[in-house]
Ligand binder design. Structure first.
Ligand code: PLP
Length: 418
């Protein structure tokens, strides 16, 4: 029985180099985070060997007595943490969770109304070549050009005119809180089911720092790996009346055997999410995003054509509009990369540049907050970002500043090379 270093040095080297990359650079992709070592342990465990089609106590395979315990703990923790009537922990990812939600709530050909991809919606909310756009009849609401925010009166108007079967509220790139009560009212008025995809802000909800959609929505889907900071995977919460439909939509509707190692890791992440330390981390996440939004609206940034969509943020990310900047999204992403900061370029609404280039950036704070960053470190990061985007310092000097920050908050100091 060989270690990975002996059996497969090529892959062992990738693991080592990726660990070093994560340790050395500042991770600011809004959808990423760092899992605790206990999550790595659960996810890299012998539970990966087990087939367990079905649900705890109702499996189609023998030998499930141990994994049953893990899945039941995960279910109970999810229900408790979010105050949900029912939880399904089996979705392999956010996208498969969403496919299962639509499978449960609608039939192919039914109408789904979601936030336009170009305005911050997700692929699974109706993009043409995604399963959602192929299987369902899509209508999209948008953000307002002046405010960068969703106007609920317009959402209502569209829903009344289009009579969708399902309304999805949720986003991948939006900087304000959604009005779940208003979405519920509109859904009731037109007889639609309300699905909230809280993939991005679930950690904030768990910490009580963002309104919870759970009381309002028929079904809530999420990923576990963004603000929650758990293993890459998904989860569905719902009202009891949807429980059977959701469970059978996940298995056997969309998936076969659940990934029991990942489910055990989800249980660990949900335990962490109930702690005061987690709350503190989510508070620092929000504080960091506000510091960055403010710095990017200072005089030098504005003079360089840098704008902050919606004029600030109430969540864990900042959306930068570079339409008036000399830098396009790709160039800005590359400059930050050279300065030691990883972000992703992001299209802005009505983006004049092509999708591979874009005129925007999405900058997130969850991973750095997990690393221990607070106001002091985020202020320094914000300054580095602003200088990189305005040409106010050479990238070599900025890289030295990010390296110092990375060293000041070591990541996975106890992890060995593979
Ligand atoms: N839903 C939203 C709102 C997302 O932002 C994402 C991921 O970016 C997903 C779903 C899909 O998650 P996954 O990448 O795990 O399929």
């Amino acid at each position: 029985d060989q270690s990975i270093a002996d059996l497969d040095p090529d892959i062992a080297q990738v693991l080592d180099k990726e660990l070093a990359r994560q340790q050395r650079t500042l991770e600011m992709i809004a959808s990423e985070n760092f899992v605790p070592r206990a999550v790595l342990q659960a996810q890299g465990s012998v539970l990966t060997n087990k087939y367990a089609e079905g649900y705890p106590g109702r499996r189609y395979y023998g030998g499930c007595e141990e994994v049953d315990v893990a899945e039941q703990i995960a279910i109970d923790r999810a229900k408790e943490l979010f105050g949900a009537e029912h939880a399904n922990l089996q979705p392999h990812s956010g996208a498969t969770a969403n496919a299962a939600v639509m499978h449960a709530l609608a039939r192919p050909g039914d109408k789904l109304m979601g936030l336009s991809l170009a305005h911050g919606g997700h692929l699974t909310h109706g993009m043409k070549i995604n399963f959602s756009g192929r299987l369902y009849d899509i209508v999209a609401y948008e953000t307002e050009p002046e405010t960068g925010q969703i106007d609920m009166a317009k959402v209502r108007e569209l829903a009344v005119a289009e009579q969708p079967k399902v309304i999805v509220a949720g986003w991948s790139a939006y900087t304000r809180q959604l009005d779940f009560a208003a979405f519920r009212e509109i859904a009731d008025e037109v007889g639609a089911a309300l699905w909230v995809d809280m993939a991005h802000f679930a950690g904030l909800v768990a910490a009580g720092l963002h309104p919870s959609p759970v009381p309002y929505a028929d079904v809530v889907s999420t990923t576990i790996h963004k603000t929650i900071g758990g293993p890459r995977s998904g989860m569905i919460l719902c009202k009891e009346k949807w429980a059977k439909k959701i469970d059978s939509a996940v298995f056997p509707g969309q998936q076969g055997g659940p990934l029991m190692h990942v489910i055990a890791a989800k249980a660990v992440a949900l335990k962490v999410a109930a702690t005061d330390e987690f709350k503190d981390r989510q508070a620092r996440t929000l504080e960091g995003a506000k510091i960055i939004a403010e710095r990017l609206q200072a005089k030098d940034a504005r003079a360089a054509g840098v704008k902050v969509i919606s004029g600030g943020t109430d969540v864990h990310l900042v959306l930068v509009d570079l339409v008036d900047s000399e830098l396009d999204g790709q160039q800005a992403e590359d400059r930050l990369h050279e300065a030691g900061i990883t972000v992703n370029r992001n299209a802005v609404p009505n983006d004049p540049r092509p999708p591979r280039v874009t005129s925007g950036l999405r900058i997130g704070t969850p991973a750095l907050a997990t690393r221990g960053f607070g106001a002091k470190e985020f202020t320094e990061v914000a300054d580095v970002i602003a200088l990189a985007l305005t040409g106010g310092a050479d990238l070599e000097a900025l890289r030295a500043r990010t390296a110092a920050l990375a060293e000041s908050k070591p990541l996975y100091p106890e992890l060995q090379q593979y």
